[in-house]
Design a protein around this ligand. Sequence first.
Ligand code: NAP
Length: 475
Amino acid sequence: MTRRPEWQRAEVHVGGAWRIPRTAATGIVEDPATEEHVGTAAEAGVDDVDDAVRAARQAFGDWGRSPVKERVEVLRGWHDLLLARHDLLVDTTVAEVGAPFSVAKHAHVGMGLAVLEAYLDEAASVAWEEPVGTSVVLREPIGVAACITPWNWPLYQVLAKIGGALVAGCTVVLKPAELTPLSAYLLMDAALEAGLPAGVLNLVPGKGAIVGEAMARHPDVDVVSFTGSTGVGAHVSATAAQSIKRVCLELGGKSSSVVLDDADLAAAVHGSVAGAMLNSGQTCSAWSRLLVPRARYAEAVEIAGQAVADLRIGDPRDEATDLGPVISEKQRADVVGHVARAVADGARVVTGGTVRPSGRGHFVTPTVLADVPEGAVILTEEVFGPVLTVESCVDQDDAVRRANATPYGLHGAVWSADEDRAFDVARRLRTGQVDLNGAVFNPAAPFGGYGRSGNGREMGRWGIEDFLEIKSVQR
Ligand code: NAP
């Protein structure tokens, strides 16, 4: 694996300039497929966060007051430069996440850029000034946004967050995940080239417990937008509460794919397997539970088992590969631990299990579990790996009850020959997004959670509004 010069970074970007962090520290970036060190990134400290927040505050005056059309114009230039660097962004995603080439190209980078473009298109749909009786309601940028993102879809998650913040007129301090900072550097490079004014976007890579914590606590940050695990999200909320700042949370999930008795079973199961295994199952919205009618359970288990056994695991750079590694050895141990616990709870392994595929890299054998007893931990806790459970439902009501029986509510799917019937079931699911019959991704539609999946909304008009304050002026 080449160690590209674009991946050898040691600096933070604060107030329009690159500089070595005050800690003078760097961390290593590993390729999870080979365990080789492919890059480096700065490990900033609390003082760097202070500097970045100060720079963002200073830049907010002009950027926050600039006409939205001007902001969109600059950001369109950014989008176009990113598009021109598409191949580098794909290579970087393959290297830092271990995502297979086609997933990196179409999902990580393709969808990430589509989300940014949708923000630019949807800027005009925000009610920036809205007459209400004798009042005019103004929507204004909230101020300095601290943006904290996870490693599973690094480029996509950063764009889904800072795209909305920048269109809104906020200035940003960004902390990408420690394991995957490289794509954030490339986004920063392109933003500077596009002419984003100094201090509007500041990049402080580093450890969550230090940099993220300092951002959440900082008294001069107006909003924390956090994407990550529910546990850390709760901690960030509590930390931020000391200064009454807004906190937008995009957290974990445990989503179900509900197959109704009139659905095309093979299409529904294949679609559900794809949704569960995408990005090695390291997707907050993964349909990690497949709920099927009792009469078709055995058939569904067989189709799912075969579809998963057929997946090609291996080198993410090989275009024929379906499934890459998980992000780290720690993640591998977590996923395998979940499978072992499910088996101890009575689940049957249809395919896969805890055995490691041969060779280097943090690979997990993709797994299908059947006959999982109700109450087993694996039905309610996020696994974040390539593991699918198949459950048998007495009827439609039982399927809805089971799908809703988790503390989360991020995503879901319904499959039926009758779209109205599928829509009806979608209404009953306590979750932020539902796809009917494998519908395509809409980058302008809101994405976010119910319950412990969070309280924010990203994408489209809603992803901009999370970064706006509301003011009424009476005439
Ligand atoms: P995580 O451990 O919660 O980390 C998320 C981010 O928070 C990272 O940048 C991390 O920094 C930082 N962080 C850690 N401790 C912190 C602290 N005390 N204060 C402030 N920030 C802190 O999550 P992850 O393992 O990276 O990501 C996987 C999780 O994200 C899953 O639960 C997944 O479902 C969820 N997710 C949700 C969505 C959504 O839109 N709802 C999307 C993607 C992922 P370090 O990198 O240094 O640890």
